[in-house]
Design a protein around this ligand. Structure first.
Ligand code: SF4
Length: 293
C-alpha cells in the first residue's frame, strides 16, 4: 500500500498519488498515460484523472504497480473492484495483458493466450489469487514461455499450480532450472501450427521471442515500442553481446507480425508492412550509430 506520508511533491494535488517507493518501471505510464508521467526519476500523477475512464485506468495502474507505490486519499472500493475485474486485459484475438506486474522482474509485463490446445502464459506476473482464478476459469495454463532469465518472477508457482511446462533457453536456464522444455541453439522451433519460438540472443545469451499466428510477437526485453518517439527500439544498456543483438534484430525481418508485446516498454499494433518499415529503420539507426557502412 502506498504511504501518504511519502507522497512525492511532484504529484498534482488530488486523490491519486505516487509515493517515494516508486522504482520507475513505467507500468503506470503505459496503462494511464494521461495521468502518469516520469518526473525526476520517479513516476508521478501529473494530471488527476478527469473522467470515469481516466479513474478506471488509474486504478488499473494502481493494481499493476509492482511495488504498491500508487495510492488514493479516498478509497473507492467499486472502482478498485472494477479495475481488478478487467485483468487479464484483453488486447486482441484471445491475447491479454495480465497486469499485476512483479517486482521480481522489475515490473515486466506478462501476457496470456487463450488457446484451444492449451493456454499460454508469457513471462510471469505476481502470483495472485485473482489471476489464478481467472486462469482456472479459462482452462488453466499448459505452457509458460520465458522470454529470458530476468522476467521469470513467479513462473514456478504458476507452473506447479497448473501443471504447466516452463519453456526457457538453455543459456538462461539458471533462472528456471526446473523448466520442462529447454530450447537449444539459434534455430526457430515450431510448436503446433501457430507458435514459433525464435532465439534472439543479445540482451541475454538466452533471450527468445514467441511469434503467435504470424501476428503477435512477444519480445521480452529484445524489442519494444517507444510511444514518445513513435519508433521501435531495442536495448542499448545491459546487453550481453551488441553484435549478436543486431543479428537477432535482423533475423526478425524474415517474419511478419502486427503486434509487439514487450516485457519492458510499450506495446504496439500496426500493419505488418509498417512494422517491417520500423524494424528496418531501427537497424539503420543502430548501424549508423556504430559507424557501419
Ligand atoms: S508502476 Fe509503480 S513503480 Fe512503476 S513507475 Fe508507476 S508508480 Fe513507479
Amino acid at each position: 500500500m502506498a504511504d501518504p506520508t511519502k507522497r512525492l511533491d511532484s504529484n498534482a494535488p488530488g486523490n491519486f498519488f505516487v509515493d517515494a517507493t516508486c522504482i520507475n518501471c513505467d507500468t503506470c505510464r503505459q496503462l494511464a498515460p494521461s495521468s502518469f508521467e516520469e518526473i525526476g526519476g520517479y513516476s508521478a500523477v501529473s494530471t488527476q484523472p478527469q473522467d470515469a475512464d481516466g479513474v478506471h485506468h488509474a486504478y488499473q495502474a494502481l493494481l499493476a504497480c509492482p511495488v504498491g507505490s500508487i495510492g488514493t486519499e479516498q478509497n473507492d472500493g467499486v472502482g478498485l473492484k472494477t479495475a481488478m475485474g478487467s485483468f487479464p486485459l484483453h488486447l486482441d484475438d484471445g491475447v491479454s495483458y495480465c497486469g499485476f506486474n512483479s517486482e521480481k522482474s522489475f515490473g515486466a509485463n506478462s501476457f496470456f493466450i487463450e488457446h484451444g490446445n492449451g493456454n499460454w502464459l508469457i513471462d510471469s506476473p505476481r502470483y495472485v489469487k485473482h489471476l489464478i482464478d481467472m486462469f482456472e476459469r479459462r482452462g488453466g495454463l499448459a505452457h509458460i514461455f520465458l522470454t529470458h532469465k530476468d522476467d521469470v518472477a513467479d513462473a514456478d508457482k504458476y507452473a506447479a499450480h497448473f501443471g504447466a511446462e516452463q519453456i526457457i533457453h538453455q543459456a538462461d536456464l539458471e533462472a528456471a532450472p526446473s523448466a520442462e522444455r529447454i530450447i537449444h541453439g539459434e534455430e526457430m522451433v515450431r510448436i503446433g501450427s501457430e507458435f514459433q519460438i525464435i532465439p534472439v540472443p543479445g540482451h541475454t545469451a538466452g533471450s527468445m521471442v514467441l511469434l503467435y499466428k504470424n501476428r503477435f510477437l512477444f519480445t521480452g526485453d529484445h524489442l519494444w515500442w517507444d510511444s514518445q518517439s513513435q519508433v521501435l527500439d531495442a536495448p542499448t544498456r545491459l546487453v550481453w553481446k551488441r553484435w549478436t543483438l543486431m543479428d537477432s534484430l535482423r533475423k526478425l525481418l524474415d517474419y511478419r507480425f502486427e503486434w509487439v508485446l514487450a516485457g519492458h516498454g510499450d506495446r504496439v499494433h500496426l500493419p505488418s508492412s509498417d512494422m517491417q518499415r520500423h524494424l528496418l529503420a531501427l537497424l539503420e539507426r543502430r548501424e549508423k550509430r556504430s559507424g557501419l557502412p
